[in-house]
Ligand binder design. Structure first.
Ligand SMILES: [Zn+2]
Length: 615
């Protein structure tokens, strides 16, 4: 047969001509092919049936967001690649592609660190070795006979595997590449014990061209992957274009929507959609793949100097294997069990979980709906205040009625796009229960954090009822402080400006929300919507460190959640404070009913068994 003849005439392969140590040297000094990790994977990587849902040749086009992550491995400047990810995104496979590429194209000793040695053994047997044997490019380099479970030998390098729980295995020979898998599941180490991450990295010292890859779902802000992501020179987020308006945006949980009032996970799974953050159109799952293809990574910070480390963050909403409905349904089914919710936030949203010092929930707001419809000022009210949160292209406003003993109720809220429209609302007449239009907003506090100049001018022109406010950057002793606008040469110079400690007002709102409807309650009108309730409760209070002090502070439960109505209510509460709401007197004609005191003992001259009181 001609082919046999031809192959016979070929020169013998070099490896048979030279002693093994020479051929190893040849292989080691061979310059790498000019291909990237993603090109390599498309050419050589085969997914096996055992561990992959879609066995067969790897296709980067199915997971377009992984391309730049993998190809960061080819950038000679970058030493650290950090991937903080949700589940079902192909993140581990991307890490394995980099590993295979290193073995085949740019060999050097490799260390892979798993949370435990047991996991390392299992990964070696079930994942790494089968993967090497399936790749036509690597198979021939693998020396099975010389290999052990925790050390795989190749003709030109080796892969050592170890567990973060076994420090001795981490501190031996030098390595060029270190891969950390599920780095947030590494066991905690105490003060005197060696940090397994530092130990592993210590071994790379002698390599000028070293590379470290860290991949994990996050746990807390203090966890390994979140700290690594936060300290990366450049941090990347994936932006995809809206199929309707082209606006490039991150997919966040705040954009996942389902019909109002629906709470059955199965129904939500089929009814959910994604709402464009710009045009508000409903994006459905058919659009997703094309959006992913046209997506691009964008830096969320401006890096200074050389980029040595690059961090990528991606949540599971991007997964080609999950629908928007899957994400919404998952949330609905876990939201009431703290542990499950924590898992959802970590593994699906790729967000760190915060231990809460206090929290508010949407349902507790919806339960505070009184009989009084939207726009009607209740009988007990003595003043109306308003708060406005200013955003780029719109303003969120609330109007709240206040009475004695801090009793309050949101009587209306909404969104306007112009200052004229806002002015109209603040000058509107609101009816009392008899239908008499005798109410008007007494005072309104307007957030000046955004579009500051316009806010100042608006408040100057309406100074009888409006004042600008600014959140304090540090905790304050008082709830607010009166300051003045420092704007020399401007007509707003010297106008009052209120600095507000928003955390103190959020504490107040959270505390009041614990009370039932009635005196002292924090209530809403009978037509209150879920969006308002969600925004009002979008934050929780967590314990965090500031310098060497521990402080409690309110932060969003999920980053990118909408909290505009909460801010607006904080300002409305400040406005009420400025009008001395605390000192309003009870105007009802009936004499005040004394509070029941359940803990007070019965007078000892009435015995419990005496029943003369009934007569
Ligand atoms: Zn759009």
């Amino acid at each position: 047969m001609p082919s046999t003849t031809r192959s016979r005439s070929l020169p013998k392969p070099i490896k048979n001509k030279w002693p093994p140590f020479i051929s190893i040297a040849f292989a080691t000094f061979r310059p790498p092919d000019r291909i990237t990790v993603s090109e390599w994977a498309d050419k050589y990587r085969i997914l096996d049936e055992k561990s992959s849902g879609a066995p067969g040749p790897w296709k980067t086009s199915r997971v377009p967001y992984l391309r730049q992550i993998m190809d960061a491995f080819n950038d000679p400047e970058i030493e650290d690649i950090v991937f903080c990810k949700g589940s079902q995104l192909g993140g581990t496979e991307a890490e394995y592609n980099m590993l295979c590429y290193a073995v085949d194209q740019d060999p050097g000793p490799v260390l892979i660190v798993y949370p435990t040695e047991k996991l390392a053994e299992a990964a070696s047997e079930n994942r790494i070795e089968p993967m090497m044997l399936l790749s036509p490019a690597i198979k021939d380099k693998y020396d099975k006979r010389a290999s052990e479970k925790l050390e795989l030998q190749f003709s030109n390098s080796y892969i050592a595997l170890s567990g973060a729980n076994s420090p001795s295995s981490l501190a031996s020979r030098p390595v060029r590449y270190v891969f950390f898998d599920e780095i947030d599941k590494f066991p905690r180490w105490a003060g005197n014990e060696a940090n397994p991450i530092a130990l592993a990295e210590e071994r790379q010292k002698t390599f000028y061209n070293k590379k470290t890859v860290k991949v994990s779902t996050p746990t807390t802000k203090q966890g390994n992957i979140w700290r690594a992501y936060e300290s990366a020179t450049v941090r990347m987020r994936y932006h995809v274009p809206c199929p309707y308006c082209g606006h490039e945006q991150e997919l966040t949980f705040a954009g996942v929507k389902w019909p109002k009032g629906m709470d059955d996970p199965q129904m939500i799974r089929y009814a959910a959609w994604y709402e464009c953050g710009k045009c508000g159109q409903n994006i459905d799952d058919r659009h997703k793949m094309e959006m992913l293809r046209r997506g691009q990574w964008k830096a969320e910070n401006t890096p200074r100097g050389r980029i040595r480390s690059i961090g990528f963050h991606l949540n599971s909403i991007y997964s080609p294997w999950l629908t928007f409905g899957d994400v919404a349904a998952k949330f609905i089914s876990v939201k009431d069990v703290q542990e499950d919710l924590m898992n959802f936030i970590n593994s699906w949203l790729a967000e760190p979980w915060e231990e809460k010092a206090a929290t508010m929930d949407r349902d507790s707001v919806m339960e505070k709906q009184t009989e009084s419809p939207e726009g009607l000022v209740p009988e007990w009210a003595q003043m109306l205040t308003a708060g406005v949160d200013v955003q780029e292209n719109r303003m969120y406003w609330v109007v709240r009625a206040w009475g004695a003993r801090m009793t309050s109720q949101n009587i209306a809220h909404g969104v306007v796009e112009t200052w004229g429209a806002l002015e109209q609302i603040m000058n509107r007449r609101w009816p009392d229960p008899q239908g008499e239009l005798r109410w008007q907003v007494n005072f309104c506090a307007v957030d000046s954090g955004y579009d500051t100049e316009t806010v100042y001018e608006f408040c100057l022109m309406n100074q009888e009822w409006a004042a600008p406010v600014k959140g304090a950057s540090n905790p304050m002793m008082q709830r607010y402080r009166k300051s003045s606008i420092d704007n020399p040469g401007s007509k707003t110079h010297g106008q009052a400006l209120y600095i507000v400690d928003t955390d103190q007002y959020k504490n107040m709102i959270a505390g009041r929300l614990c009370r039932p409807i009635g005196i002292g309650g924090y209530m809403v009108h009978s037509d209150c919507d879920l969006d308002y309730a969600s925004q009002l409760t979008a934050e929780h209070k967590i314990r965090t460190r500031k310098g060497n002090r521990e402080i409690d502070t309110w932060v969003k439960k999920i980053s990118n959640a909408q909290n505009h109505y909460l801010d607006a209510e904080v300002y409305a509460a400040l406005a009420a404070d400025l009008l001395h709401v605390r000192y309003l007197e009870d105007l009802s004609e009936a004499p005040p009913v004394p509070e029941p005191t359940p803990m007070a003992p019965a007078p000892n001259w009435i015995r419990a068994d005496e029943n003369f009181l009934r007569r």
